[in-house]
Design a protein around this ligand. Structure first.
Ligand code: FPP
Length: 272
């Protein structure tokens, strides 16, 4: 019988045993939604939902790492959250993140997780930026799963930043006359350039939207929406999403012969 990774609880182990480890997604991204609704249902302030959301983050990344996923990206705060939420809630989320990065470091180290960030980080409060730089540096030598936190992130601004970066690189490298732009060039200048191709996007709490998250990267990904609210989501739910992923037939625009398009910078090795 196939070995079950250490650390899974009984329910997770049962579900894991039904999966095909050769067909795991290489990169899973999660839109963590529903903290406010979770709190409201319990007549609690919204911040109680965010606090509980941090526990879900812990369960999910620990299970993801135990089962050997190479990359997980979490949409922690969108650029729109930053502009549109009341300052008190933003302040709370910043404090939560500041504390999170310190408190969760032992978990990252224990699980050999490398932490990185995407988004317009320079617009975040200085002390949060410093803590982020510190946490990243502490985990830079880890060789396991890459955990990417999207903070003050928006996909359209990512694409704008990529285009600016392409032009700036060309300008300092022989001038714009030689500028050649194709899909690979754009992928290389996105914040996610070091990550495997995105395979699976999970959204909690039932909304059927991508909310400006990884719009370029999502091109061939499977999308899984669950009604479960983020604070109720855990490692078992992640395995359930992977089970659903393994049932889907991925065709990349072709017919029954699955093959990632040649233009993919990092073609999937597990097409099904
Ligand atoms: C969406 O719920 C969640 C957020 C805007 C914040 C996500 C933050 C966390 C899960 C905790 C912090 C994470 C880290 C990594 C420190 P919502 O408030 O939009 O819920 P609603 O749609 O029900 O109102």
């Amino acid at each position: 019988m196939r070995a079950i990774p250490q650390g899974l609880d009984r329910k997770e182990a049962e579900l894991y045993a039904q999966l095909d480890p050769d067909q795991f997604p290489k990169h899973v991204a999660i839109i963590m939604d529903g903290n406010g609704r979770w709190a409201k249902r319990r007549h609690l302030p919204r911040i109680a939902g965010h606090r509980r959301g941090v526990e879900s983050v812990r369960y999910v990344i620990e299970t993801a790492s135990r089962i050997g996923l190479p990359a997980v990206t979490l949409y922690a705060f969108s650029a729109e959250n930053f502009l549109r939420r009341p300052p008190g809630e933003i302040g709370f989320l910043m404090k939560l993140l500041h504390r999170y990065l310190k408190n969760e470091l032992p978990l990252m180290q224990r699980n050999n997780i490398r932490l990185q960030f995407i988004g317009r980080i320079h617009e975040l409060p200085q002390e949060v930026q410093e803590r982020m730089a510190w946490a990243k540096e502490q985990t830079v030598r880890n060789t396991g799963m890459v955990l990417t936190l999207a903070l003050n992130y928006g996909s359209r601004s990512e694409i704008v930043d990529a285009v600016k970066s392409i032009v700036a690189t060309a300008a300092s490298n022989g001038g714009l006359d030689h500028l050649k732009i194709d899909e690979e060039t754009i992928s290389r200048h996105l914040y996610t350039s070091n990550l495997p191709e995105l395979d699976l996007v999970i959204r909690t709490s039932g909304e059927m939207r991508l909310s400006n998250f990884l719009l370029w990267q999502v091109a061939y990904a499977e999308i899984y929406v669950t009604k479960t609210l983020w604070p109720d989501f855990n490692g078992w739910h992640l395995l359930e999403a992977i089970q659903e992923f393994q049932k889907r037939e991925r065709r990349y625009g072709g017919l029954n012969e699955p093959a990632a398009p040649g233009s993919h910078p990092t073609p999937h090795s597990h097409t099904k």
